[in-house]
Design a protein around this ligand. Structure first.
Ligand code: SAM
Length: 226
């Protein structure tokens, strides 16, 4: 399966039983599609594009150690992990409830190469240089202590390892910025300060090499090497 097919299969995985959250993340339900279009100005093609870009740091035949933080409900990544059965995958999230859904999903797909750990990205329970890849999808806009999160994700990566993923960036789409400021921040879904495409690129260039940052509307996708 190609990476885009894997992502599309995540969309199908939610079927007609998707929670509101999963339906939104996978552009697969009516309310989910409405949020994607109204808040994020994203259609199915843009959704697919930003996810493919964010996941481009994970080789399709990857066999090393990967940390995903935060895993959330695992709706976006479990179908990807199904295609890399020789990889050793660790999933971490602060919320035991979100992670319970990810565990269920891994179980239903028969995945045996994944371990789950509850924890804080700002204080990761791993030794320095433990992972070949650290993947972070839609997390940094939610993390309360972003400096600690950048520090810790860097620390647990091996030299030469890949840090990749995506999150909300401001100035990518004015309507998105309005919703974030007036709804997502007051409700506590997202926590400022937020990066722009430019500040994210500068920050990563100061820590990593081979930095790639691309924006799809208000989502910044990144890939870099320690
Ligand atoms: C928007 S969800 C993204 C989940 C998943 N990566 C996705 O794209 O569907 C944000 C997640 O960040 C987690 N989170 C927030 N603060 C955290 C922290 N300090 N450490 C670890 N996870 C955290 C939340 O529990 C939530 O599951």
């Amino acid at each position: 399966m190609t990476r885009k097919e894997q992502i599309k299969s995540a969309y199908k995985l939610t079927g007609g039983h998707a929670s509101f959250y999963d339906g939104m993340m996978t552009y697969s339900t009516l309310p989910g599609k409405a949020i994607c279009r109204i808040v994020w100005n994203m259609d199915g093609e843009k959704n697919l594009r930003y996810l493919a870009e964010a996941l481009s740091g994970v080789p399709e035949d990857f066999q090393g150690k990967l940390l995903e933080v935060p895993v959330g409900t695992g709706v976006l990544t479990m179908p990807v992990y199904r295609e890399i059965p020789k990889a050793e995958i660790t999933c971490l999230d602060y919320s035991a409830d979100m992670m319970e859904a990810a565990k269920e999903r891994a179980k239903s797909l028969g995945l045996e190469n994944i371990s789950f750990q509850q924890g804080d990205v700002g204080n990761l329970p791993f030794d320095d240089g433990s992972f070949d890849i650290v993947l972070s999808l839609n997390g940094f806009h939610a993390f309360p202590d972003k400096e600690a999160a950048y520090r810790e994700t860097f620390r647990v990566l091996k030299p030469g390892g890949t840090f990749c993923g995506c999150f909300y960036i401001k100035d990518g789409n004015r309507r998105t910025d309005w919703f974030i400021r007036h709804l997502y921040v007051p409700k506590g879904f997202f926590t400022p300060p937020f990066e722009t495409e430019e500040t994210l690129r500068e920050r990563l260039q100061a820590m990593y090499s081979e930095v790639s940052v691309t924006a799809v509307e208000g989502i910044g996708c990144f890939r870099c090497r320690k």
